[in-house]
Design a protein around this ligand. Sequence first.
Ligand SMILES: NC(=O)c1ccc[n+]([C@@H]2O[C@H](COP(=O)([O-])OP(=O)(O)OC[C@H]3O[C@@H](n4cnc5c(N)ncnc54)[C@H](O)[C@@H]3O)[C@@H](O)[C@H]2O)c1
Length: 303
Amino acid sequence: MSLPVPTMARPPVGVVGLGQLGGSLAAALVAAGREVRGWDVDPAAREAAAARGVRVTRELAGVVVLAVPLPDTAAALDGIDVDPAATVTDVGSVKEPVLATVGAALGGRFVGGHPMAGTERSGHAATDPALFRGARWALCLEPGTELPRWLRAAEVVLDAGAEVVPVTAAEHDAAVAAVSHVPHLLAAALAAAAGEAGPLALALAAGSFRDGTRVAGSDPAFVTAMVEGNAGPTAAALDRVLAQLRRPWPELVAAGHGVRTADPGRRTVRVPLDRVALLALGRAGGAVTRRLAAFVEGWVPQP
Ligand SMILES: NC(=O)c1ccc[n+]([C@@H]2O[C@H](COP(=O)([O-])OP(=O)(O)OC[C@H]3O[C@@H](n4cnc5c(N)ncnc54)[C@H](O)[C@@H]3O)[C@@H](O)[C@H]2O)c1
């Protein structure tokens, strides 16, 4: 019989950047009983994290999570004293550029990650310990990723309340271009076009405009770093959207409705601790929900 990995054995977690993502992760992990240390260049963010039970220090060990703005990720460990045995992961919205910088410097010790959670707010005031509950969190399994470190990072994600989607950085970047980066551009385009339509149009804007443009309220620097950091896949995904817009409207509306309302259900699966099997789970649209000693438990969409 396989038993869950005991919580006692879990290493400390160090979070660099205690803003919306890092502050929320630190708070969720404190609530889950993990030892959490953290650092932020902003004293107000450090103070807020300390009030939530985070030990503020630059000496980090165990699993170290980089949660700084994307352009600052490559230099995030400058001035931080990281245990040489630590596993390092990140939460950046694009994975190939982080793999090329942090990953190249750390080799198999680095596990790229991306939680599919967050709001248009930013900074430590946007901290929400429930931010990751039930969310998908992509964790990169490259050929050089050390599997025991990937599993340690996965345990952190599971303790934060999220589900782990095993991916490669390239697959991740192509997928999120379609479901995150293009939606940010479309939200900006919708909002800009409505602005040109004038004050009457904006006065009459209601639910569909609010939902379609919500992320246009995000910090422009954050969105720009994200789409420019994933320019190739985002341009390709945008071309597919433009091709859809050229279809006859009834056909387009029916196709979109079909995808948005499909509910395939879920089937529980057990997956061996093996890179190929874990990546197959991610490609099938599934996720890991529990780590056990000899395998992980998760689900795939019901065929
Ligand atoms: N906001 C989202 O919706 C979202 C979703 C998924 C992933 N992400 C990714 O999460 C990361 C952080 O985003 P966020 O929304 O939490 O940003 P944020 O602005 O809320 O927080 C970033 C924090 O990092 C701190 N910081 C900056 N440089 C630092 C450094 N060198 N050392 C220590 N602290 C530093 C800032 O002071 C700030 O507190 C980004 O890489 C982003 O791509 C964001």
